[in-house]
Design a protein around this ligand. Structure first.
Ligand SMILES: Cc1cc2nc3c(=O)[nH]c(=O)nc-3n(C[C@H](O)[C@H](O)[C@H](O)COP(=O)(O)OP(=O)(O)OC[C@H]3O[C@@H](n4cnc5c(N)ncnc54)[C@H](O)[C@@H]3O)c2cc1C
Length: 428
């Protein structure tokens, strides 16, 4: 006989675990199905987790989580041809409301899934969900490589690879313009060496995002994050631009790591792990149907990622929480129809994350159509600063004239005005 649950969650990443946690702690009979050996097993590497949405869910409890370092330095590194400019914001002392921590997913996801299990959710690992089961148009369960399971509700949290959503007709196969490929390495180094290189104290961390020359032609950015005893280094770029430039992710990674502004942090480190993954970049316009009779879609599967800030995990937690709340209400009134479940979409649309994504809609397309933006401004800024700092007998007013010439040689003034107008309108 096929077992029946109140809800099945497909995928034990941050989105799925959050939904399972909310439903299980509201006394629902929930199972999470994860194809990895353990939660996080397929997400070996981590990044920065912005704490707000986790703290909203379990106030203070996140302090028990296996966090790596509290981010006290946020930087943008603008890379020119032979120079770079680092713009760094530093938080001094302990903050009452910490913002972000680096995490390693293999540790964090395991801890997080345990919270949902402690709350009453069942976890089945090493099991692949192959399709969503339908009866009379309604989703009624899942088919796995180990048999079928039934439920009143299925929450799809399969991540950026939306195979189940595509099969169920909730989303069309994303276009290469709507997906970024991300490549990441963990480079191990002693913690004292990391602290010394980044100017950090114990437990303090740094996050640097890189744009500029090495990424000329690509729409994407590189990053360096400090963990306790390792550095996460990598980049993400739109698949369409990687195809256009005929570049393999591995080659771009090697180029990026050899950049002096990156290499000085990694020197003498040992590469411990390597991973390539996808990041949804479709934005608001490319979001799938978030609900249907008997199912909700959360996290990366719902295209919830902000390419401007690199946020994804915290938005996954936000959507998991809202889906869990709506699922709990639906369970109480025994109503799993689209009409009832549409409340999830309304709540999400009213959240800070979706308001941002809606506002920024079309921004990535604009940059994709004008990829030179990604390198023209960093190169222009670097050349302008080099001119400003050079003492060579020219007066400051002559230098300002030369700087104006340098900047407009990288990008025409009319283009600069158009970029400022378009980007400004999408952000404010
Ligand atoms: C290189 C890289 C760097 C990133 N850096 C950051 C960062 O610094 N900060 C940030 O906030 N976000 C970052 N992100 C984004 C973040 O990782 C995602 O937004 C977040 O993990 C989405 O969570 P999720 O639960 O929706 O999906 P996932 O974390 O991808 O989880 C999906 C889970 O579902 C399982 N699964 C999939 N299909 C099936 C199936 N058919 N059957 C069973 N199980 C299945 C997978 O094994 C996986 O465990 C980064 C992403 C990448 C790729």
């Amino acid at each position: 006989m096929t077992e029946k649950f109140d809800a099945i969650v497909v995928g034990a990443g941050p989105a799925g675990v959050t939904a399972a946690y909310v439903m299980a702690t509201n006394k629902m009979n929930v199972v999470m199905i994860e194809r990895g050996e353990y939660p996080g097993g397929k997400n070996v590497i981590g990044g920065v987790l912005y704490i707000k949405t986790l703290n909203d869910l379990m106030p203070g409890l996140w302090k028990e989580a296996p966090l790596e370092r509290r981010i006290v330095q946020h930087s943008y590194c603008l890379m020119g041809e032979h120079e770079h400019t680092l713009l760094t914001h530093i938080t001094v002392g302990q903050s009452d409301s910490p913002n972000g921590y680096t995490i390693l997913r293999s540790k964090f996801d395991k801890w997080y899934a345990k919270k949902a299990q402690d709350g009453g959710a069942l976890l089945i690992t090493k099991t692949n969900v192959t399709e969503l089961l339908r009866q009379d148009g309604k989703i009624v369960g899942v088919r796995t490589d180990r048999g079928d399971l039934l439920a009143d509700l299925v929450i799809v949290a399969e991540g950026a690879n939306t195979m189940l959503c595509e099969k169920a007709g909730l989303i069309e196969k994303p276009h290469p313009k709507q997906m970024a490929v991300a490549v990441k390495e963990i480079v191990s180094l002693p913690s004292e060496r990391i602290q010394e290189r980044f100017g950090l104290r114990q437990d303090e961390g740094a996050a640097i995002q890189y744009i500029g020359a090495p990424f000329g032609g690509f729409v994407g950015f590189g990053f360096v994050y400090t963990n306790k005893e390792s550095i996460s280094v990598g980049f993400g770029a739109l698949i369409s631009t990687m195809m256009k430039e005929c570049t393999k992710p591995y080659d771009l990674m090697e180029r990026f790591k050899a950049e002096p502004s990156v290499e000085r942090f990694l020197r003498d480190g040992q590469v411990k792990e390597y991973q390539a993954h996808m990041i949804p970049e479709a934005g608001y316009a490319g979001m799938p149907r978030l609900f249907t009779d008997g199912a909700l879609v959360v996290g990366d599967s719902a295209m919830l990622a902000n390419p401007l800030t690199g946020e994804g995990a915290d938005l996954a937690i936000l959507s998991g929480r809202l889906a869990g709340q709506v699922a709990t209400q639906a369970h109480r009134v025994h109503d799993h129809t689209s009409r009832r479940l549409s409340e999830y979409q309304s709540l999400l649309l009213n959240s800070f994350a979706l308001k941002d994504m809606k506002k920024q809609s079309g921004l990535i397309r604009y940059i994709e159509e004008n990829p030179e933006i990604m390198s023209a401004y960093p190169e222009g800024l670097n050349a302008a600063l080099a001119e400003w700092f050079r003492v060579d007998g020219f007066t400051r007013s002559e230098k300002i004239r030369r700087i104006r010439h340098i900047v407009t040689s990288k990008r025409k003034l009319t283009r600069i005005l158009k970029d400022a107008y378009t980007v400004g309108r999408k952000l404010m």
